[in-house]
Design a protein around this ligand. Structure first.
Ligand SMILES: Nc1ncnc2c1ncn2[C@@H]1O[C@H](COP(=O)(O)OP(=O)(O)O)[C@@H](O)[C@H]1O
Ligand SMILES: [Mg+2]
Length: 213
């Protein structure tokens, strides 16, 4: 099925794209940002997020290690750590396939690349100490990467469905974790083609705007 893709903020004709083509088009746009634009974007988002009450009040939050031109949240992680918050990073779940597990991160945590080439804390076997990971529903906030978003809270990821699966375990009535996407403005589309399993975001932060949150 083809869906309407209307590049936001651009005076171009809407194009019809399926999810795979839309991902490709958006990833291509994102990769064209210069290192300076990337640096400015993560700096502005870090400033914006530090003023949000839901960030100030979060005792625990998950970030991610950026890849492929995603907003880099490392400064947010370090700032959150220095404010006494517990910071976590996702790793590929060692038992539940295509799920994520959130592991404690500090600036001293050794990281290594997973099979997608994304840095993650090293997992030593399955004998995880309880203090080193956090059950998803106990996190106050999850900052999520995305390929595309719409201002209704729709999120298009890389296509693995990892966050969707991990968050589907969360009872619907739970009001945490709060799910916030970090994005460049060029990742905004008018209406994303969403599927039943897509977990909506409670907010999206770009260098220019705070949407919904
Ligand atoms: N809760 C879930 N349970 C089982 N499979 C899921 C779940 N959420 C997503 N998936 C599967 O993961 C795949 C990728 O999901 P998709 O939403 O397209 O990726 P992304 O969220 O990374 O953009 C889909 O084929 C979908 O069927
Ligand atoms: Mg999805």
């Amino acid at each position: 099925m083809k869906h309407l893709y209307h590049p936001a903020n651009q005076a171009t004709e809407p194009i019809y794209l399926n999810r795979a083509s839309l991902r490709q088009a958006l990833r291509h746009k994102r990769r064209r940002l210069t290192p300076y634009q990337q640096q400015q974007a993560s700096h502005r988002i870090c400033q914006k997020i530090s003023q949000q009450p839901w960030f100030i009040n979060a005792a625990s939050l998950a970030v991610y290690m950026a890849t492929d031109g995603e907003i880099d949240p490392i400064k947010i992680a370090i700032m959150a750590h220095s404010r006494g918050k517990k910071v976590y990073l996702p790793v590929l779940h060692p038992v539940h396939k295509k799920h994520l597990l959130f592991i404690r991160f500090t600036p001293q945590t050794p990281l290594e690349k997973n099979r997608f080439g994304i840095l993650e804390p090293r997992l030593k076997g399955y004998g995880l100490k309880r203090t080193h990971h956090c059950a998803t529903q106990r996190l106050d906030l999850i900052l999520m990467p995305l390929v595309g978003f719409d201002v209704q809270g729709g999120r298009l990821g890389m296509g693995g469905g990892f966050y969707d699966r991990t968050l589907a375990l969360k009872p619907a009535e739970f009001n945490r974790p709060k799910l916030v996407g970090l994005a460049h403005e060029c990742q905004k589309v008018e209406h994303l083609p969403l599927e039943a399993w897509d977990i909506p975001l409670a907010g999206i932060i770009t260098p220019k705007n705070v949407y919904l949150a």
